[in-house]
Structure formats: C-alpha cells, structure tokens
Write a new protein. Structure first.
Length: 313
C-alpha cells in the first residue's frame, strides 16, 4: 500500500475513533485514556474506567464483651468491597434481675414466674429460675355467714384455702319486716315530733313501715305563747315597747308568728325575714321555757316534767 492510502485510512479511523495509527498503517494499542474535543477546541482527558468513591458505613456497637477484655466491636464497609472491624473499650453490663411472685401451683406440680433484667444487658448471666416444682393445693371452700337481706338479696364471701375467693349471692326467702321504733321526740313549738324505725329482720324493704313523723300539740308552748301575748300587750300596749316585746318573743322561740302582732310595718317585715333560731331570748321564765319545748321553769332553769304553780313536780 502506498503512503497516500495509508494516510487516508488513518484519517477515517481517527474520525470514528478509538485508536491511533502509525505511519506504517497499523492500528495502535488502545490507550487507557481517550481524547475528547470541547467546543473551544481544547483537548480534555477522562478515565476510561470509572473509579469507586469510598463511603464508610458502620454497624451498631456490639454489647460489651467481658470475655475479650471489656471491648465492644463493630464492622464497617466502604461500599467498594472493602471492610474493617473497629473496637472500643467499654464497661461490662451487669444484669439486675427482678422477678414476679410465683404463680399458684398447677395441678401438674409446677409454678412459674417472670424475671426481667432492669439493666437491659441483653444477656442471661445469673438469670434466676422461672419454673419450679410444687405441691398442688386441694381447694376446700369455706364461706362466712349470709349478710342481712338488702333489696331482697343476701350475700357472703368464700375462700378455697388456695388463694382463690368469690362472692356469692342469692335471693332472700319471703322476708317480713319486724319494725322497732324509738319513742317520739318532744313536740316542737311548731307542732312536730319524730322517731326512728328499724327493721330488725333486715329485709331491705319499707313494707308496712310505721310513720317516723307526726303533728302534735305542744300544750305548754301554746300556753306560754298566749301568756306572752298578754304580757306584751300589758307591758307595752302601743309603740316601740310592745313591738320589741314581740321581737324578743319571735327571736327567743324561733316562732315568726309573733312578728304578726307587731304594729310597726318596717319592723314587722324585718322580723319576718330575719334568720332566727329557737333559743331562749331574754326572759328566763315559764314562757321562754315553752319556746324551746320545755315544760316549766323553776329558779330560772328549764326542765322536762310537769309544771304546777311555776314549779316542776
């Protein structure tokens, strides 16, 4: 081949380009780098083979290995096929075991419990046993006495001697209340008295329950009230003296009906609306005793009893 054809062949190969030509027309060995031409005509080179960029990533540290001298290990990889093992000093974790109570003994003669390491050492060193043999308990149920009937039902508490318990309930048989009542209270100045009634059979129902309140007549009080009216009218027939006499009677007895005998309308309204309590006001005589439900007065003292000529008998 003449020299001109050789030059033409090299020119064609350079355009499609991956190798150079020698002056002899032979294709040269492919280099590791190839020439690239930029827009400004400068030549740049890039590696034909892309290189791996290392990016090291490591696993979590292992638990402290006391057998290897209190060290922990981890493995690291660079993403390019390379790896290494790293280590660091550490303090060995000592488990601290806490266990629940033993379960009841099963019929197969075993009982269990659960033990946990509160230090979370992730090892079972010196872990306590969680199962053991035992002697099964034979249940023997015993119950206390039945309670009184409440809402036609009674109950009791039972245990088996093996740590188990239960409540039992059953309907009461036909229960007939047996009512026992206290004595009536002293008749109040406003004509009321009360007592307490209890069902001795504890049926829990109010069938045929006697009344615990009733109206009454406080004769001593009514007599005292009538005498107070007379005394107030005599002691102060008109004006302020009379009105304050009734004020004292109303305040001392707690009976606001005395306010109605007052002549001054403003004082009457005040008397009617005031919060008065049944206390002995100013007079220490038979009349003020009647205000508080007592019977008579002797030597300025009120008593329970019967009065005759202003003396208790």
């Amino acid at each position: 081949m003449d020299r001109g054809k050789i030059i033409l062949l090299c020119t064609v190969l350079a355009v499609v380009a991956i190798s150079g030509c020698t002056s002899t027309g032979q294709v040269a060995n492919q280099p590791e780098q190839q020439a690239l031409r930029t827009e400004n005509g400068q030549n740049l080179t890039t590696l034909q083979k892309t290189q791996c960029i290392q990016n090291w990533q490591c696993d979590e540290w292992s638990t402290c290995l006391a057998g290897l001298g209190n060290i922990s290990l981890r493995t690291c990889n660079d993403g390019c096929g390379n790896s290494r093992t790293e280590q660091q000093n550490c303090q060995a974790c000592i488990p601290k075991w806490q266990c629940s109570n033993w379960s009841q003994c099963a019929m197969d003669g075993s009982q269990t419990r659960i033990c946990t390491d509160v230090n979370n050492c992730a090892n079972s060193n010196e872990k306590r046993t969680e199962i053991q043999t035992c002697t099964p308990c034979t249940p023997k149920w015993a119950c206390n006495s039945w309670s009184d009937c409440t809402n036609n039902e009674k109950s009791r508490f039972c245990t088996d001697g093996c740590g188990n318990s239960k409540d039992e309930a059953q309907a009461c048989k036909s229960c007939i209340p047996n009512w026992q009542c206290s004595s009536w209270s002293v008749c109040s100045y406003d004509g009321k008295q009360s007592r307490t009634c209890v069902d001795m059979n504890g049926c829990g129902i109010d069938a045929n329950k006697p009344s615990e309140s009733q109206t009454c007549t406080n004769t001593a009080y009514e007599q005292a009230k009538a005498q107070v009216i007379i005394n107030c009218d005599i002691g102060g027939t008109t004006g302020e003296t009379r009105d304050y006499c009734y004020w004292g009677a109303a305040y001392g007895s707690g009976d606001k009906s005395f306010c109605g005998f007052m002549q001054d309308s403003a004082l009457k309204d005040k008397c009617t609306n005031i919060n008065i309590n049944p206390v002995i006001y100013a007079m220490r005589d038979i009349y003020s005793c009647g205000f508080v439900g007592k019977i008579c007065c002797s030597q300025n003292t009120c008593y329970e009893g019967t009065c005759s000529n202003n003396n208790c008998i």
